[in-house]
Design a protein. Structure first.
Lengths: 345, 254
């Protein structure tokens, strides 16, 4: 038995900067503080940031679901709402049968959360972080001691168990955060960009731990902007950009939805319309886009074999080819196709 | 309400407080020791103050200790925990309504305030020597102590959720320092009768009721009516609790 998640028409508009943002200290009086009420309203509007714009989603029980998108797309806000930490402006979210906003305590029992930045209790040691977390969830002292020992071993933290976590490295903090989220054996595990800042080895360890936890029938929701991670871990994905869902499905379905599959990113000294027209007529090419008549994105069902014809076409048009990048069918190209931007932009 | 979680949160705070026992004790004890020594011993021994001043001073110093301890015990950790590290998040995710976490912070702060207040009595006795005339009224004293402890930690909650780490210095110089000077800790409220405006202006300062309340229930020196003190402290408590909880909610949920 697993727990599914449902999101209905979720909207979140921040009218003040979210508190987690590194808010500068000091006073910050606005210049037009003395403005009249009408102007005040206008000023207030300037603060409005639409983080989620009518998102509906369903994450099935027992699956690994990925939210993929660039920074600021709305991934963390979605996680924030689902984990009771962010109040939605409108819409509803359910963990299992519980409305996360109306039945917070019941929802909180079902979830474990690994935040984007480690938010460990710096006044405690690694062992105490786990022990107290267990205590918050009402575990008996024997139960939490056993569980703590197991997790410390699993995450290779036994040697440093009695050190203060504030002295830990980033990777160790991340590991103890994940161990803490698993401490009360939650039915749903949220991981917000879990592999950001991890070395490749620790990343593989993390993936293995996630897969193993999922094999126990637990639902896992993770956010990432790493295509490889989404591809290898997730059963299903939703691609988010500017607070909207652009596309969703299994990684295979999503990749199959890209026209042609291959993406050739070309750069010329100039790419006149005649050249683009010739490129469009090449065999296997499904779509050619060029915003600035210098670079051109060619979607096609083949990659390398097209190069010679492209070079010929460029020469015929009197243009010079400066750079070629061939991307095989991937989520990266999918994202690019839908947004016109690379995930790292 | 989930008592197991509440108790676990309290024991976490207790655990951290025990770990910092020595620095906390020093922090809470040094100031009252110095104050009572200088004002209660040096100045009275030299004849600059009358011997009776010791009795006036002791409850005031106790009130200051409680207020500072309570405010610090709640506000300081909150300011750190609500910073960008969001250390508090783990506790916000504990299976309990988040308002109870604020209540737990207040309870933990009250315990620290009470300890800080009670250790002042023997400590001050030591530095000032004999000459303090006690007139102890246990039930009223307990009520006043509890109300003072509560307003200081509820105030700590409101302050801790309102200011950022860079404003801690300002909090001390703009809020706590005037509060101490105009808190009737070093003189009874009736002494202000020569400054009528000031005498009524200081009534918004909760420390006035703390000092006067302790003065009335611990000694026989000149003091405000204890029932008035209790009523005022209760009202202040309600206001600070409402403000503190509201601020806590808006800080905890984005």
């Amino acid at each position: 038995m697993g727990i599914g998640i449902r999101i209905e028409n979720l909207r979140k508009v921040y009218d003040t900067p979210p508190p987690s943002a590194a808010r500068g200290g000091g006073f910050s009086f606005m210049a037009q503080r003395s403005a009249g009420s009408k102007e005040k309203k206008e000023k207030k509007k300037k603060f409005e940031v639409v983080a989620l714009d009518d998102i509906s989603l369903e994450m099935r029980a027992g699956e690994v679901f990925g939210l993929l998108g660039p920074n600021g797309a709305g991934k963390s806000t979605t996680i924030g709402v689902l984990t009771t930490r962010t109040r939605p402006t409108s819409g509803r979210a359910f963990i299992g049968e519980f409305d996360v906003w109306k039945e917070q305590v019941k929802a909180k029992r079902l979830i474990g959360v690994v935040p984007q930045r480690p938010n460990l209790d710096f006044a405690l040691t690694a062992r105490e972080v786990l022990l107290f977390h267990g205590a918050y969830f009402g575990q008996s002292s024997r139960e939490r001691e056993q569980k703590t020992q197991t997790l410390l071993e699993q995450f290779k933290l036994t040697e440093r168990a009695d050190d203060m976590v504030r002295n830990f490295s980033g990777g160790m903090m991340q590991r103890i955060s994940i161990a803490r989220a698993m401490m009360h054996d939650p039915q749903v595990l949220f991981l917000d960009e879990p592999s950001a800042g991890l070395d490749p080895q620790t990343r593989l360890l993390l993936w293995e731990i996630v897969r193993e936890y999922n094999r126990l029938g637990k639902t896992i929701v993770l956010t990432t902007h790493d295509m490889a991670e989404a591809d290898s871990l997730c059963h299903r994905l939703a691609i988010i950009d500017h607070g909207r869902i652009i596309s969703q499905g299994t990684p295979q379905e999503l990749k199959a939805s890209i026209p042609g599959g291959y993406l050739l990113r070309l750069r010329f000294d100039r790419a006149p319309e005649e050249l683009l027209a010739v490129l469009r007529s090449l065999p296997g090419v499904t779509e050619v886009r060029s915003a600035d008549h210098i670079a051109a994105d060619v979607y096609a069902d083949r990659g390398g074999p097209l190069i010679s014809s492209i070079v010929t076409a460029a020469q015929a048009a009197g243009a010079e080819l400066h750079d070629v990048h061939i991307a095989e069918p991937s989520l990266e190209t999918l994202f690019l196709h839908h947004t016109g931007r690379s995930l790292r932009d | 309400m989930n008592w197991k979680t509440f108790y676990a949160l309290l024991s976490r705070d207790g655990h951290v407080a025990r770990r910092n026992l020595l620095p906390t004790l020093l922090q809470n004890l040094l100031q009252p020791l110095l104050l009572t020594f200088v004002f209660g011993r040096i100045l009275t021994a030299g004849g600059m103050m009358q011997a009776g001043y010791k009795t006036v001073l002791l409850p005031g110093v106790m009130a200051i200790s409680m207020v500072i301890a309570g405010v610090q015990a709640v506000a300081m950790p909150l300011i750190t925990e609500f910073q960008f590290t969001r250390e508090i998040e783990d506790r916000l995710l504990a299976p309990m309504e988040i308002g109870w976490l604020a209540v737990e912070k207040i309870v933990a702060g009250m315990v620290q305030a009470l300890v800080a207040g009670l250790v002042v009595i023997p400590a001050a006795w030591l530095t000032m020597g004999s000459g303090v005339h006690f007139s102890f009224r246990p039930v009223e004293f307990a009520v006043v102590c509890l109300l003072v402890a509560m307003f200081s930690s509820a105030g700590g909650l409101a302050l801790g959720c309102s200011i950022g780490p860079t404003q801690i210095g300002l909090m001390f110089s703009l809020v706590l320092a005037p509060m101490m000077m105009f808190g009737c800790a070093y003189y009874p409220w009736s002494f202000l009768s020569k400054f009528p405006v000031l005498q009524y202006a200081v009534l918004i300062n909760p420390l006035v009721y703390a000092s006067e309340g302790l003065r009335g229930t611990l000694t026989q020196s000149d003091h405000m009516n204890t029932m008035v003190v209790i009523a005022a402290l209760a009202a202040i408590n309600v206001v600070l609790l409402v403000v503190g909880l509201k601020k806590f909610h808006s800080k905890a949920v984005s």
